[in-house]
Design a protein around this ligand. Structure first.
Ligand code: SF4
Ligand code: SF4
Length: 511
């Protein structure tokens, strides 16, 4: 991991189409037997729905995910009307009613799949920034910017980096190029090609990813400079060498999706390889207790931090906790114990392996915790010496920006990276062969349906598309750096506190 240079060269997006022949699209276009293959639709459609590289073939299914839908009827090239044989028809895909949930809506999933495929924003009209939960980030909007404030500078002149070591204590001067890094996912919970793809993407983008508590697989070693070693309560696979090689070591005290419950890996997923890395027995269900049984005070916590600092003399220390009601006091304790990064994980995050009742009812939502912690650290005079990272149900580029405006320096992302590799949010992540997409599995056959390179491209592409959104937002507020956005809650509005007319304006404006 290098320290950040003045101008960061981001990788170019590389096309990474869906793994599936039948992709899930917003619209379904049918071509009937009356088509005489004249090729007019292929020549007409600017989105390339009917062609592959300008070549029309009757045998090719239309690329339906490129279709802009009924709105296209206003254009003179609308293929449905122009087809001389009246062979084309269009309908909304009925599958969308069953896809996703109120937080990750079908449109949000589709929008992120397009970003992961192309590295760009969807051309079709999709609400990919906010869901329909009627709460949390879905009720928060950025204020409409003033037109005169718009800053006409290109993306490459906009700084989206975040400094992770603000203590200036002689340890690594780490920065990440985007205000996001990958959250802990263990080998055991997630297929190895996905984990390697995440690590490769982190290296390409100049950010980090995290082992989770499943130990450190040898195949992750080439990306060690970008991989956080997690030390969690089960201490699975934690060894001095895995601590020593990490640019940052993360203590995981709790997870916002299930605080107080610890971790649980069903025996189904404990294959020979998983058991070997975790130094346990095949098929045995594994529990990570809550809490660390050696830590009951800030002083105990400091001893843990000091231990890791002795083992790894350069690396940074991050401390991940959930969001207790006294999160502000917890943050100060973490700082005084010597951490570089405070990571608060609110409710609503986690995969389908976390129980729904825990995700929704235990931890404080992250949008409440961030401003509280930010302001307390400011009042304590230590805000500029610590990096505040947030996670827990942060799904989109706009969610990231809202978390930063509330006071976080950056964000940890888990689920969105899985969505990039075509997770459908079905919630069957806990069982060995339950994942229909080969993502949350340790089954060697299922896991092979994903290639590392494809996973890398999809994740890189999604973050490149996110960066475009951050850059555009910053330009609108006349900012050159994401750091200027930190704590600017004055730029946000909450829909619940607006007059009806104004609220409706925001709702029609979108995310
Ligand atoms: S315009 Fe109609 S008839 Fe011509 S290739 Fe397209 S679908 Fe077939
Ligand atoms: S597709 Fe796989 S990773 Fe996604 S929710 Fe379903 S089981 Fe979990």
């Amino acid at each position: 991991m290098e320290t950040r240079k003045e101008v960061v060269e981001f990788p170019l997006a590389k096309l990474a189409p869906s793994r599936y022949h039948n992709t899930i699209s917003q619209y379904i276009i049918k071509r009937s037997a009356s088509c005489n293959e004249c090729g007019l639709c292929a020549r007409l459609c600017p989105q390339g729905v009917h062609s592959s590289g300008n070549v029309y073939s009757g045998a090719l299914k239309p690329y339906m995910d490129r279709c802009t839908g009924f709105e296209c009827a206003a254009n003179e090239y609308y293929c449905i009307d122009r087809c001389p044989q009246k062979a084309l028809s269009i309908q909304l895909n009925p599958l969308l009613e069953t896809l996703g949930d109120y937080r990750w809506t079908a449109e949000m999933l589709l929008g992120h799949w397009v970003m992961a495929e192309t590295g760009d924003l969807p051309v079709t009209k999709l609400e990919y920034s906010t869901g329909k939960s009627n709460g949390g980030f879905d009720r928060i909007r950025f204020k409409t910017p003033r037109q005169n404030d718009y800053l006409h500078i290109p993306d490459k002149e906009i700084d989206t980096s975040v400094k992770l070591n603000r203590r200036n204590d002689g340890r690594l001067p780490l920065s990440i190029n985007i205000p996001v890094y990958g959250g802990g996912m263990s080998f055991g919970s997630t297929a190895l090609p996905v984990l390697i793809g995440r690590a490769r993407a982190a290296k390409k983008l100049g950010t980090l990813t995290c082992t989770g508590e499943g130990g450190y697989h040898d195949k992750i070693l080439p990306y060690a400079g970008n991989v956080i070693t997690q030390v969690a309560t089960g201490l699975f696979g934690v060894r001095e060498e895995t601590i020593r090689r990490a640019p940052m070591v993360e203590f995981k005290y709790a997870q916002g999706a299930k605080p107080g419950l610890g971790g649980h890996l069903l025996g189904d997923k404990v294959t020979a390889e998983v058991a070997a890395i975790r130094q346990t027995v095949i098929g045995n269900a594994l529990f990570s207790p809550f809490p660390f049984h050696s830590v009951y005070s800030v002083e105990d916590h400091k001893k843990q931090v000091d231990w890791v600092k002795q083992v790894n003399i350069e690396g940074l220390i991050s401390v991940k906790v959930s969001t207790p009601v006294d999160c502000d006091m917890v943050a100060v304790g973490i700082y005084h114990a010597g951490a570089h990064v405070i990571h608060f994980d609110g409710s609503y995050g986690g995969t389908g392996a976390a129980p729904d009742i825990a995700k929704k009812n235990i931890a404080m939502p992250i949008e409440y915790a961030i401003p509280r912690v930010h302001r307390f650290l400011v009042s304590e005079g230590i805000r500029d010496q610590i990096t505040l990272i947030a996670s827990g149900g942060i799904r989109s580029a706009m969610d990231v920006a809202k978390a930063i405006a509330l006071g976080a320096d950056g964000v940890v992302i888990g689920t969105a990276e899985l969505v990039a590799v075509e997770c459908v949010r079905c919630g069957h992540c806990e069982s060995g062969r339950g994942c229909p997409r080969g993502i949350a599995t340790t089954d060697s056959e299922l896991g092979q349906v994903i290639s590392e390179e494809w996973a890398e491209r999809r994740i890189v592409n999604m973050y490149l598309a996110w960066r475009k959104q951050w850059c555009e937002l910053l330009r609108q507020y006349r900012m050159r750096s994401i750091k200027e956005l930190v704590g600017r809650s004055d730029l946000l509005v909450h829909l619940d506190y607006l007059e009806e007319q104004e609220r409706n304006n925001y709702l029609s404006y979108g995310g």
